[in-house]
Design a protein around this ligand. Sequence first.
Ligand SMILES: Nc1nc2c(ncn2[C@@H]2O[C@H](COP(=O)(O)OP(=O)(O)OP(=O)(O)O)[C@@H](O)[C@H]2O)c(=O)[nH]1
Ligand SMILES: [Mg+2]
Length: 221
Amino acid sequence: MTKQKIIAVIPALNEEKTISKVIKGVKKYVDEIVLVDDASTDKTKTIAQKDGAIVISHSKNMGYDKAIGAGFILASKRGATIILTFDGDGQHNPEDIPKIISPIIDGKADIVTGKRPHYARITEYLFAFIAKIKIGIDDPLCGLKAYHIDIYNDIGYFDKLSSIGTQLMFNAKKKGYKIVQRNIDINEREDNSRFGEKLKANWKIFKAIVKIILWIIIKKK
Ligand SMILES: Nc1nc2c(ncn2[C@@H]2O[C@H](COP(=O)(O)OP(=O)(O)OP(=O)(O)O)[C@@H](O)[C@H]2O)c(=O)[nH]1
Ligand SMILES: [Mg+2]
C-alpha cells in the first residue's frame, strides 16, 4: 500500500475563539494542516501559526472557495495524497476524520463527503435535493470532505464558480469517480455564520445552485 500524506485544509474567517481547539484536534489525524486565513481581523492567523498550522494569509477577503482553492494548491505542492477539508468554527468533530478518510485509504472511494443530521437553511435542503438527483449525494454543502489527490490533479482546480465547495465533487462524479458519504454529527455554532445572516447566506447558496445547474447544462454540450 502506498504511504499516504494527509493534509487538512481549514478555511477560517475570524475564528479566534475556536481555531486552537480545532487545530489541536485535527492534528492527531493528519500529517499537516494548511489554514487559509482570509483577511481575518482577529487573532486567527497568529493562533494558527502558534499551534503549528501552515498558514496562508490573504490580505483581502477572497471568499470560501478561493480560500480552499489556495489551500489545495499548497497541499498538492507539499505532496498530499489525500486532502481533507474541515471547518474552523468547531462544528465538526475531529474524531469523525478516520471515517471520512478511511474509504480513500482502503481504495473504496475517491471522494468522501460528510452527511450532517440536519441543515441550517432552506436553500441547503434545496441544494441537497438537487445533488441527490444529480449525483446521489445528500449533503453537498457539508464542509467535511476528503479527496484523493488524483481527482484534483485530473480536474486541475477546486472551484471556478463559487460553488460553496461543491464543484470538484460534481466534476468528479461526471468523470466517473466514486463518491461515498458518511454520517457525521455537528456541534452548534457558538457565534454567527461567516456566510452572513440567514437571508444573505440563503442568497449565496441559491446563486451557487444556479451556477452549478448552468454549469452542468453547458458542460453537457
Ligand atoms: N477563508 C475563508 N473562510 C471562510 C469564509 N467564509 C467562511 N469561512 C470559513 O468556512 C468555514 C464554514 O463557514 P461557517 O460560517 O461555519 O458556515 P456555517 O454558516 O456555519 O455553515 P456550516 O457549513 O453549516 O458550518 C468556517 O471555518 C469559516 O470560518 C471566507 O470568506 N474565507
Ligand atoms: Mg459552520
